[in-house]
Design a protein around this ligand. Structure first.
Ligand code: UD1
Length: 372
């Protein structure tokens, strides 16, 4: 029996850990899963609602770290995580994605000789100004097992000198949650609540510091949104970071005057899935949404200069448009003038069975530990 601490911290972690914990709970002879929440995200709309929507068991351990500077937050997680690991002595700690909780918990484990598995390993934007890129690079250097979502991730890891034995291509864990919950999301009333059942609309998410903490960039994007909103409503569930900077930059009145740019509170997993799966297209600077729109064949415009998920461009619906006003408007016009949805292919192993493949590898590795 393998005792596994499954770490969650921030919003994009919950939908990656939920299918893994569910799969472990179906194999009680092989796995004893614990859920540990660092508390990096703490608002009900950024955390609690995801536990409910995704049937993720309430955390067994909550570190309650909250917000802070990168150093402060990372250090607080490490300090509070270390005694837990020492007490629990897990066989594995499983971390996902690229948030501060991911690197903080990995670093604690490697110093204690506790094995770490990183799910969603190997993605690279090659933009080291992104905090997530640093978290990805460092976590992959120190984790024992690297579970990759796509073949490009394997190539990135090999190019960084990581040995092939540590890398396992298992597919995209987010898609497990997506396929599991697609039907349930159909019950969401969010579209009727927003009066959008009959009309085409777009969905926007925006929270990267490079976009929302920089006034000039934010205003360039906003100008594009104002132009696009003249053609169809844009629904914008606003991240707390973005809500703060809108106020700081004095942009509340400007945004309120664009009646078709509709700001709403952050949505839970099922409401958001229901909303974007019915959208004409999505504008985003999120990583995960690039993948979810690819899996569902919804056109996606990524408001960044790069992506760590190139497969969504090569095989899927994603177009990386950057933050230039005219480029965003033109890319939206291409979608709006297009008769049908973009032809999208499902990347290999984005099939809803990634969690089982991860568990099989963990199980095998405990039988033949010398592999690692
Ligand atoms: C974090 C992740 C990012 C991920 C994003 C998803 C890192 C480095 N960044 O960024 O990769 O895409 O989560 O949301 O780990 N806040 C609240 N309530 C909350 C959480 C945050 O009000 O529940 C506010 C706080 O003022 C905080 C700010 O939002 O200072 C930013 O939160 P933080 O966790 O620092 O970074 P995110 O931008 O959310």
């Amino acid at each position: 029996m393998l005792k596994v601490i499954n770490v969650v911290g921030a919003r994009p972690n919950f939908m990656k850990v939920a299918p893994i914990v569910a799969a472990m709970n179906k194999r009680p002879n092989d796995f004893l899963p614990l859920v540990l929440h660092t508390g990096q995200h703490y608002d009900a709309s950024m955390s609690d609602s995801f536990f409910t929507d995704l049937d993720l068991p309430k955390p067994d351990i909550h570190l309650g770290v909250g917000s802070g500077s990168h150093a402060g937050q990372t250090a607080a997680i490490m300090e509070r995580f270390e005694p837990v690991v020492l007490k629990e002595q897990p066989d594995w700690v499983l971390v996902v994605g690229d948030v501060n909780s991911t690197i903080a918990c990995s670093l604690v484990c490697v110093k204690l000789g506790i094995k770490v598995a990183h799910v969603e390993a190997g993605l690279r934007s090659r933009d080291r100004t992104m905090p997530e890129e640093i978290n990805r690079l460092l976590t992959d250097q120190i984790a024992d097992l690297l579970f990759t979502p796509s073949a490009d991730a394997d190539q990135n890891l090999l190019a960084e000198g990581i040995s092939r034995e540590r890398i396992r291509f298992v597919g995209n864990i987010m898609i497990d949650s997506l396929f599991t919950n697609l039907n349930r999301a159909g019950d969401s009333k969010i579209k009727s609540q927003l009066g959008l059942t009959e009309r085409p609309y777009a969905v926007l998410t925006l929270h990267r510091p490079s976009n929302v903490d920089n006034r000039e960039t934010f205003e360039r994007i906003l100008s594009a949104l104002e132009t696009i909103a003249a053609q169809l409503p844009i629904v914008f569930p606003v991240h707390p970071r973005t809500r703060k900077t809108i106020a700081q930059f004095g942009l509340n009145d400007r945004i309120a005057s664009s009646t078709k740019l509709r700001l709403i509170e952050p949505l839970g997993y099922l409401d958001f899935l229901n909303l974007y799966s019915g959208a004409r297209f999505v504008l985003t600077d999120s990583g995960g949404i690039q993948e979810e729109t690819t899996a569902l064949g919804i056109p996606c415009l990524t408001l960044r200069e790069n992506t760590e998920r190139p497969i969504t461009v090569e095989m899927g619906t994603n177009v990386v448009v950057g933050t230039d006003t005219q480029r965003i408007v033109s890319a939206a016009a291409v979608i709006l003038n297009d008769a049908g949805p973009k032809e999208a292919r499902q990347p290999p192993l984005w099939d809803g069975h990634t969690a089982d493949r991860i568990l099989d590898v963990l199980n095998d590795s405990s039988r033949s530990p010398k592999i690692l």
